[in-house]
Design a protein around this ligand. Sequence first.
Ligand code: FES
Length: 76
Amino acid sequence: MTKDEIKALDLDYEVCLCMNITLGEIITAIKDGEDTVEKLMDSTEAGTACELCQSCSIDEDEDRELHLDEILNAYK
Ligand code: FES
């Protein structure tokens, strides 16, 4: 997803289906200083189960439309 596409998403968009973490929660964590995927995982628990929402490189079959690394690139 492009940065503009990510920024157009609703804050309720569920980024991590396993842990039920929304885009709004991820953005808040980034604004609080979490500047790596690992830090986002630690503070929000997103990406800590099936791991597919961490990055496109892990999610090779594109099961998820949006990944933590893309959100970091858009908002950091
Ligand atoms: S969708 Fe995020 S860990 Fe499974």
